[in-house]
Every structure is written in structure tokens, then in C-alpha cells.
Ligand binder design. Sequence first.
Ligand SMILES: Cc1cc2nc3c(=O)[nH]c(=O)nc-3n(C[C@H](O)[C@H](O)[C@H](O)COP(=O)(O)O)c2cc1C
Length: 315
Amino acid sequence: MKLPELKIGNKVAKVPIVQGGMAIRLSTARLAAAVANEGGIGLIAASGMSHPELRYEIKLARSLTDGIIGINIMVAASDFVGIVKTAIDAGIDLIVAGAGFSRDIFGFGKESGTPIVPIVSSVKLAKISEKLGASAIVVEGKEAGGHLGTDISVRELIEPIRAAVKIPVIAAGGVLSGKDIADMFRMGANGVQMGSRFAASLESNAAPTLKEYYLKSQADDVVVINSPVGLPGRAVRTPFSKRVMEGRVPPKVCDSCLKACKHNFCIVRALTRAQQGDVETGLVFTGEYMPRIKKILSVKEIMSNLLAEVENCYN
Ligand SMILES: Cc1cc2nc3c(=O)[nH]c(=O)nc-3n(C[C@H](O)[C@H](O)[C@H](O)COP(=O)(O)O)c2cc1C
């Protein structure tokens, strides 16, 4: 199978692979630029960043690539609008918004001509997104890492959503191999978004300890916790996630970073601890199929392996 280009608004990616945004600070400039340099789309995870930090990351990514760089931001963040406006002001190529749904963001996109790409998990939200002016949608299934909007497999979501909208559909969740990519395209997807495979890459901003921890994870280590955002979240069973599943781990300090927080633990601090390599007290977000990954590879190797695998599929 030959993969087509992916057109989002006025941006055209030669390779229809989006590197999913991964907060806190797992997908920063270096990873996003590496993916963009291979012809894909790189996303900086902006959730939890200050405006100067986000501006710095965008500028750094621009210095490393001429390719397509976007941001990913969590709608549930208190500073959602501030981050969106900062990214637009810094000349970002596109904005992907997940963990909630925002109608306001389409207005900001229209004003500035910035493509807006919401993450959805239902036909209903896909149709609303198109009507509001989305340039594309990411359709995320239950296999994904981080916050989950559904318990339905992406393999069941793509066809009905494809039939319901005309804008590009980007499949996310459990896409790890060239065969997975080819399957998604056969079902009607125009692109794929991949998280886990890039979290465990050379250019991922995860501490080496966290990357090694990902490689050691087994299928029955993958659990679902209740995130303070008010959504389920997929994570590796760590001593910390075990405590969260057993009850509350109330934060001692609070920066009010979420519009509405359940206060069962502090998600920004817990994700930051994991990103820095503290897999004991950190929250280790993961996709369902992370345990299939056996080696940390560079983005270049990942992309060329994927494209070679796709080429050999369905011939
Ligand atoms: C460690 C980790 C952190 C993530 N953080 C975010 C995030 O901040 N925002 C978001 O929209 N999605 C987030 N995701 C989801 C990914 O962007 C992607 O859509 C998803 O992981 C795709 O599934 P896969 O991991 O099976 O490829 C995260 C995923 C992982 C593995």
C-alpha cells in the first residue's frame, strides 16, 4: 500500500503520520521537529507550559525543522484560551485540542487562519466539529494513552465517522505498526496519530528511566485510573497509580490548573514526576499496546520502518 499525503487546511504533510501530543513535556520541540523532518506532523504538548516556555519550544522546533509543527492542548486546562492565543501569536501551523470539547476555539482559528483539529470519539462530535469549522478531526479509540473519551475501539469508530463527515479523519489509538496504519487507511482514515511509539523514542523528552520502564511494561500492567480532569486515563500500574485506584491522594498544593478539578491527586505534578523518571510516585500515562514496543528507536528509524511495513501490506 502507498500512503497518500495528509492535507490539513493549507498544510500538506508528505507522510500522513501525526505524532500525538504528550503532556507533561514528553513531546517537546526535539521530538516534534524530528517527526516533522521525516515528513510527518510533530505536536508540542502545551498543557502545563507557561506562555514563555511554549514560545521557546515553538521557536526551538522552528530552528530544527521546516516541517509542520502544531501544539496539543487540553480543553480542560484553566489556561486553555491563553495557550491557544499564544500558539497562534507564535505562528503555530495547527492546533489539536483534546480532553474535552471547545466551541470557542473555532472562532480563534477562523480569525487567524490556523487549522483547528479537535479530538473526538463519536459520530455526534465529529459532525459538530465539521459544522463548526474543524480542518480535520482526530478520532481516538479506547486503545489510546492519556485521557480517554470512549471505551470503543478505534477500529469500530473509523468507518461510521468517515461516512458522517467530509473533512480528513486521523485515526488514533493502538496504531503501532505499518499493518495498523494500513488497516486504518483501508477503513477510510486519511492519517494516523501515534503516541506510545513516539513516547518510547530517542527524541522523546521522557527521562531514560521512564523510557526503560515503558519497555518493561506488560499487558496486565496497563490500568485505567480516574483523572482529576473528570475522565478516565490509561496508565501503567505504578505504586502511585495503585494508590490512586485505591482512593484519593489529595494534593498539598494546588495551582488551579484545571477548569474543574476532582482534587483526587495533582495530575500536573504526577505526570511531571514520571517525565523526570520517578516511576514510583509518578503517573505514567501509556497507550494500551505500549507493551508491544521492545526497543527505543530514533524517529528516523521508526518512520522508515513504518513506511517499509506499510509498503508490504495489502499488495
Ligand atoms: C504518555 C502519553 C501522554 C499523552 N498525553 C496526551 C496529551 O497531553 N493530550 C492529548 O490530547 N493526548 C495525549 N496522549 C494521547 C496521544 O496523543 C495519542 O493520541 C494516543 O496515545 C494514541 O494512542 P497510542 O499511544 O496507542 O499510539 C498521550 C499519550 C501518551 C502515551
